[in-house]
Every structure is written in structure tokens, then in C-alpha cells.
Design a protein around this ligand. Structure first.
Ligand code: ARG
Length: 484
């Protein structure tokens, strides 16, 4: 993603394929006559952003077309000039899409590249496109369009992940596994319930991104450099053409705001954190000590020395990728920190971290979706572990409260003594002879044995949001409805 701009130019010089040779004009020609000498190589290198912002070419041209149509509609530009510009922009777009555009750091950024190429194609009329516009409102518009498109795509990816979770949860609504607190076996739960916990997290993640989209969807175009313009532009028209809800209300804010990107990244940080929790669980569950699940061949790697090894690399990498997502967020936040209004060139450093975070997140999400879809559940191992470590002790205490009417604190104490005795005898609670139970407390009867199996325990947890297969099936049905 971060191509070195100077290296770019060397590549270009040795390139003699069908690419159209651009006769490079110094951007100074675009800025006017005040700059006699060209920039030094270092100045060019630090100033150029084309290596990054070329990714915005579609948005840039879309924005230019909307601006052009508005200039014609408001009589600022003649219909003929407008038509010529639109046709030229189509050609530029096609050339870039086909990889024919030669990117040159001398031309700084994508905005200058498009305008420069347009001038080569249609001549001086190209210069009229920049009426009532600045690169400041242009880049803010491009970037908002990109973030909006990305948010829509991310939502689709998150839905695909949710669907994978729901499908597997449906399949495993009855599958028992140990539920943990402190990673210590706590109470039996169903695997379907565990999967649906992630469904809920992702639902909130999607909500945050949808909310962010609402604020992204305002159009900065027409704010011009910072103060607005004296031309009779129609900002509502450009906003509408570009699918924005409305134009931004303050021109200074319009060109200097990058909240929309920060907000997306903040939401992605939380979502990526959720993925790391699941990834960590996969690492734990695939280890020999657990053996709860087996990842498919397509999502496992081997060891170059140990032939028996099967490593959960993808899950580990998902765990690690949060580093990038979070580092990128910090980068943009630090770029924006303390910047006086309005635009400052610092802000050109905004796109690279956002692109990096989105790429890392997208890949992590795809890997998690694939792993969940494909993994094999080792239900026997899960069920055995679900009944280990006296996981149904709470059920015995609850039974004492419900049937014998013992206060819960006392029931907790009695159950503690039963567990201690079971430990001494090396027996599970389920397998304790009744005589051993009544020796601890005579009020315990054979009826209590029915609640001590992991299946009975999980099945009994029918409270709203609980782990019983019945509740899981309801949650799955509701989720399917929500996903449409
Ligand atoms: N390449 C610039 C950026 O990404 C475009 C805006 C340049 N504006 C300026 N006043 N130099 O921020």
C-alpha cells in the first residue's frame, strides 16, 4: 500500500509498455507564477501523497462530475464546457481503471493527476472544473465517500460472519461445553449459546458503524478552501448527487474534520477486539489439553520440523492484527491533535492509517468467518469437560434452596462440603453415592441427583438470555429474522 513515491518514478521511466506517456508539468504551473524553481527531490518526496491517495481515484472523479454538473446547472459553467469535462473525466477514469495512468510524485496527489490528465485530453477547458472548489473540500469529499463505501462493505462482511455464527449455533444448540469464568470451569453451557454471544457483540459493532455512517454522510463539497465561495453554487445539489444526506453546515469544519474516519476506526478497534477474544478461544480450544474443536486444513498450518503439528496461525494472526488496527487509530488521532483550523497539510497523513486499519480488519474478519464455518466440533470432548471440575455444584445449591428451602448462603456452604468429599473420593458430583451426600446433609434426597448432570444443568437455565437449548433456538430464530 505504501509505495515509495520516488521509487515510483524510477519504475515509470523504465516502463515502455502501452501506457500513455504523461508530459509532466510542474505543479507550479497549476499554482501559478509565484514559484520559479521546482521543488527539491526531498520536498517532492515528503509532499507527495499519490502513492496512497490514488486509491481514491473513483471517488475523486465521482466528486468532480457532481461538481461539474452543478456548475452547469447554476450557470457558472457553459453546457458545452460541462459536457466536454464530463466526457474527459470518463476517459481519465477508464485509463486509471485499466492501469494506464502513470503516477508521478511531481503531481503530488490524485486530484492533480486527474486534472492534469484531463487537461491533456480536453485542453484548457479542464481549468474551469476547479471553479468554486479547492483540493481541501475535494479531498474531504473523496475521503468521506470512501469511508461510506467501506462502511457499507464492512457491514456486509459482518453480516456474513454473523450468519456463520448463527448457522453453527443452530447446529450446536444442544452441544454441551464448559462455561468459564477466570478460564476456570464454572457451569455447563451450550456451544450454541457461546457462539451467539459473539453474534451479539457483532450486532453492537454493526450498530456503531451504522451510527458512524449517519455522521459520515454529509457533503463537504462547496466549502472550497475554508471559507466557502462567492460563486452561486448549489451545495444541496452536489450533496444529493453524491448520495449525501445534506451538505456540511460549516465550511471551516468541513475541510478540517476527520472525525468520520476516527469514528470508524474507533468502532473497528472494538470490533477487532471482539475478534481477538474469539481468536484466543480458538487457540485455546484447538490445543491438545482442550481439543474442543479442530480447524479445517484450509485454516491450519503445519510445522516445518514437527510432523504432528497443526497450528492455528490464522487465529493467532487475528489476535495480532489488532495491533495494526489500534496503531492506525492512534496515528490518525495524533495527526489531528492540536491542529488549528482549518486545513493543515498534516491532514494528508490521514489516509494511510485508515487504509491499513481497514485492510487488517477485513482480513481478520474473513479469516474468522472461514474458521467458524469450517471448524469441526469435538462434541465428546466438550461434553466430558462440561461435567468436569464439579461444574454442577451451583445446581446442587439451587436444588437445596428450591426443594429444601435452605437460604442460598447455607446451600453454598453445604455444597462446598459435598464438593470437598467428592474430591476426596475422586468422584464427580453426578457419581456420588446418595449415602455420601446425606452424610454431609441429611436433607439431601435421591431427587437431587437428577439435577447434577451437565445436560440437566444447561437445560434448566431457561431464564431469558440463558444457555438452555430452548433459549438458544429462540435466539437463533430471532437472529435469522434480524439478518433477513
Ligand atoms: N493531498 C492533499 C491531502 O490529502 C489534498 C489537499 C491539499 N490541500 C492543500 N491545501 N495543499 O490532504
Amino acid at each position: 500500500m505504501s509505495e515509495h513515491p520516488i521509487k515510483n518514478i524510477e519504475d515509470l521511466q523504465s516502463n515502455t509498455t502501452n501506457e500513455k506517456q504523461v508530459e509532466t508539468k510542474s505543479p507550479h504551473e497549476l499554482w501559478g507564477g509565484r514559484f520559479a524553481d521546482g521543488p527539491s527531490a526531498i520536498m517532492q518526496q515528503i509532499n507527495a501523497s499519490i502513492g496512497i491517495d490514488k486509491a481514491l481515484y473513483r471517488e475523486d472523479i465521482e466528486g468532480s462530475k457532481a461538481h461539474c454538473r452543478m456548475l452547469v446547472a447554476t450557470g457558472i459553467l457553459s453546457g458545452d464546457d460541462g459536457a466536454l469535462i464530463l466526457k474527459g473525466l470518463d476517459q481519465v477514469e477508464g485509463e486509471i481503471a485499466r492501469g494506464e495512468m502513470i503516477f508521478d510524485p511531481m503531481l503530488e496527489d490524485i486530484h492533480m493527476h486527474v486534472e492534469h490528465r484531463l487537461r491533456q485530453i480536453i485542453g484548457e477547458t479542464a481549468g474551469r472544473l476547479h471553479t468554486a472548489r479547492s483540493r481541501n473540500d475535494q479531498v474531504a469529499t473523496d475521503f468521506r465517500l470512501w469511508v461510506r463505501r467501506t462502511l457499507d462493505r464492512l457491514d456486509e462482511d459482518l453480516v456474513a460472519f454473523q450468519k456463520a455464527l448463527v448457522d453453527r449455533a443452530d447446529e450446536h444448540a444442544d452441544t454441551l461445553m464448559p462455561g468459564f469464568t477466570h478460564l476456570q470451569t464454572a457451569q455447563p453451557v451450550t456451544f450454541g449459546h457461546h457462539l451467539m454471544a459473539y453474534y451479539e457483540m457483532i450486532k453492537r459493532d454493526r450498530g456503531r458503524l451504522v451510527d458512524c455512517r449517519r455522521r459520515v454522510n454529509e457533503c463537504p463539497l462547496g466549502a472550497a478552501a475554508l471559507a466557502g465561495t462567492s460563486f452561486p453554487i448549489d451545495r444541496n445539489m452536489t450533496a444529493k448527487e453524491l448520495g449525501f444526506d445534506r451538505p456540511t453546515a460549516n465550511s471551516l469544519d468541513a475541510v478540517s474534520d476527520r472525525d468520520f474516519a476516527l469514528e470508524m476506526m474507533a468502532a473497528l478497534n472494538i470490533a477487532a477486539m471482539h475478534l481477538t477474544r474469539f481468536a484466543e478461544e480458538l487457540v485455546i480450544w484447538t490445543s491438545a489439553g482442550f481439543g474442543f474443536v479442530t480447524l479445517s486444513d484450509s485454516f491450519s498450518t503445519g510445522s516445518s520440523i514437527m510432523p504432528q503439528k497443526r497450528n492455528p496461525d490464522a487465529a493467532e494472526l487475528v489476535r495480532a492484527k489488532l495491533g495494526r488496527v489500534n496503531g492506525s487509530y492512534q496515528t490518525l488521532l495524533m495527526v489531528m491533535k492540536g491542529l488549528p483550523l482549518a486545513y493543515s497539510k498534516d491532514m494528508q497523513e490521514d489516509k494511510e492509517p485508515v487504509f491499513e486499519a481497514v485492510e487488517a480488519f477485513t482480513l481478520s474478519l474473513a479469516a474468522m468467518t472461514g474458521m467458524i464455518r469450517d471448524l469441526t466440533v469435538n462434541a465428546d470432548k466438550m461434553a466430558a469437560a462440561a461435567g468436569a471440575a464439579f461444574s454442577t455444584a451451583t445446581d446442587l445449591a439451587d436444588w437445596l434452596v428450591r426443594v429444601v428451602n435452605v437460604p442460598f448462603r447455607d446451600a453454598h456452604h453445604i455444597t462446598g462440603r459435598v464438593v470437598k468429599r467428592a474430591e476426596e473420593l475422586n468422584l464427580s458430583l453426578e457419581d456420588m453415592p446418595l449415602a455420601e451426600l446425606t452424610a454431609v446433609d441429611e436433607r439431601i434426597t435421591a431427587a437431587c441427583l437428577a439435577v447434577l448432570s451437565p445436560l440437566a444443568s444447561a437445560t434448566s437455565r431457561i431464564s431469558y438470555g440463558g444457555t438452555s437449548p430452548e433459549r438458544v433456538r429462540e435466539a437463533v430464530a430471532l437472529a435469522r429474522e434480524q439478518l433477513g
